[in-house]
Structure formats: structure tokens, C-alpha cells
Design a protein around this ligand. Structure first.
Ligand code: ATP
Length: 246
């Protein structure tokens, strides 16, 4: 039987005295996409940061490809092929598009870096026209394309995408979703933290809903029907994000 690429077991995370995650467990199978949903403050970003080694867990385990990774520094987790695209994009606004991409491929052998950058630009041609433009001056959608291009330049095994659609117009958010879907079809496993609930459920195979730091519900995305969303996200929240126009 296939083993999960990512297995989180009984994860507790606290910021000082304030506990944010309580015994969170989930499994993500290789090549699949899991949507992580939850109201504001439910602990979605904390889960992403704990998996990526950016905040320590107080107990529990995170295994990536069968290997425990808790306690490893974030850069080592990244090198194992687990890439986190944080909310707010994680690009360097003062550097150009090209410089941002060059930093993303810095660990590659020297002779392979240019090809990796060109591959990334081929995936997002809009970036090709803006190579020498400062990343901070790109539109929100272009910045997310750059964040994805950085993540995909050296193809990772798993991407954690944290609210990439936040603040984007629906048509631009759709382009980002399409790129994530293509990445998944190319074999990359994806943990999708999303506010566009219905869109996330349409793309994902599985879903985990966090409520106040705990997994309230988990199952196939197709089974996350309205009553589940209402119960765990609140009636008003099941359509959160669908009307975002900014
Ligand atoms: P959102 O959708 O608003 O981004 P979220 O589901 O990602 O929310 P988290 O950002 O993980 O939720 O926050 C979970 C809890 O941890 C919240 O109560 C939040 O206030 C708290 N928290 C998050 N980051 C910190 C921090 N750096 N220091 C202290 N508390 C924090």
C-alpha cells in the first residue's frame, strides 16, 4: 500500500502560553491535493509553519516520506523537497524578478541554474516580460506567479500554499488555482490552505477542516457538503472569498 508523503500526528503548537494547535493529525498521499479550511485564527498558518519547521511543535510528530522532520531547521526541510509558500507571498520585493528566481535556484549546481530559471519563466510567461522589474512593483497576481515560479523552479515534492488567492481578483485567483492544479498533475503533492472554500473543494481530493486548533472534520473533498461546511465553518463562512473582488 502507498504510504502518505506527509503524516502529521498529534501535533500541539503553542505561542508562549497560548496554544494554537491541539493534537492535529492528518495524512497527505503522494500526488494528491488536500485542502485545509478553517475560520480566521483556526490555526491553518500555524499548521503550515509547524510542518515547515518555522515554529516548533511542543509535542507530536511530522513525517515527510517516512522520515521524522520535526526539529529540523526550515532550510533542511526545504531541501528535502517540502516548499512552503507563506501567506504574503514570500518573495523579496526589493529584488528584481530575475534576482528572486536566482535566489530560488541557489542550491542547484551552477551549470543547472539558468535552465531552472528558464523553465520557471516558461511556466509563467508574464514574468519573462518583467525580468528586470522589482518584484514589489508587480501586481498582486504577478507576485503570486513569481512565488509559484520560485517554488517550482526546482520542482519540490510537496508545496504548502497558504492563502495564495488572498486579495486577488477572482480571475487572477483562478489563474493561480490553475497553476497549482497543473503542478499537482505534474506529480507534486499539494496542501492548499484556502479561503475560497468551494474552489478549494473542487480542486482538492481530500479536505481537513480546522476549528479552534483542532481537526473538526476530515474526509474526501466531495463529501464536504453544505451541512459539513455549515457545521464546521459556520453558514456565513462556507462562501467566504467567493465574492472577493479586490
Ligand atoms: P487566518 O486565516 O486569519 O490566517 P489561521 O487559521 O491561519 O488564520 P493562525 O494564523 O495559525 O490561524 O493562528 C492561530 C492562532 O494562533 C490564533 O489565535 C492566532 O492569534 C495565534 N497566533 C498566530 N501567530 C501567532 C504569533 N506569532 N504569536 C502569538 N500568537 C499567534
Amino acid at each position: 500500500m502507498t504510504e502518505p508523503l506527509l503524516r502529521v500526528e498529534n501535533l500541539d503548537v503553542a505561542y508562549g502560553r497560548s496554544q494554537a494547535l491541539f493534537g492535529v493529525s492528518l495524512e497527505v498521499m503522494p500526488g494528491s491535493m488536500m485542502a485545509v479550511l478553517g475560520a480566521n485564527g483556526a490555526g491553518k498558518s500555524t499548521l503550515a509553519r509547524a510542518i515547515s519547521g518555522l515554529v516548533p511543535a511542543s509535542s507530536g510528530t511530522v513525517c515527510f516520506d517516512g522520515q521524522p522532520i520535526n526539529g529540523l531547521p526550515a532550510y533542511k526541510i526545504r531541501r528535502l523537497g517540502l516548499t512552503y509558500i507563506p501567506e504574503g507571498r514570500g518573495i523579496f520585493p526589493g529584488l528584481t524578478v530575475n534576482e528572486n528566481l536566482r535566489m530560488a535556484v541557489g542550491q542547484e549546481p551552477r551549470g543547472e541554474r539558468t535552465a531552472a530559471i528558464e523553465r520557471a519563466i516558461d511556466m509563467f510567461p508574464v514574468l519573462g516580460e518583467r525580468r528586470s522589474q522589482r518584484a514589489g512593483s508587480l501586481s498582486g497576481g504577478e507576485q503570486q506567479m513569481l512565488a509559484l515560479a520560485r517554488a517550482l523552479a526546482v520542482p519540490p515534492r510537496l508545496i504548502i500554499a497558504d492563502e495564495m488567492s488572498l486579495g486577488l481578483a477572482p480571475i487572477v485567483a483562478e489563474a493561480v488555482f490553475q497553476s497549482l492544479d497543473e503542478a499537482r498533475r505534474s506529480g507534486i503533492t499539494i496542501l492548499l490552505i484556502e479561503q475560497f472554500v468551494n474552489r478549494a473543494l473542487a480542486l482538492a481530493d481530500h479536505c481537513a477542516i480546522l476549528t479552534r486548533g483542532e481537526v473538526g472534520w476530515t474526509g474526501p473533498a466531495a463529501d464536504a457538503q453544505d451541512e459539513v461546511l455549515e457545521r464546521y465553518l459556520g453558514a456565513a463562512d462556507s462562501s467566504v472569498g467567493e465574492e472577493t473582488t479586490s
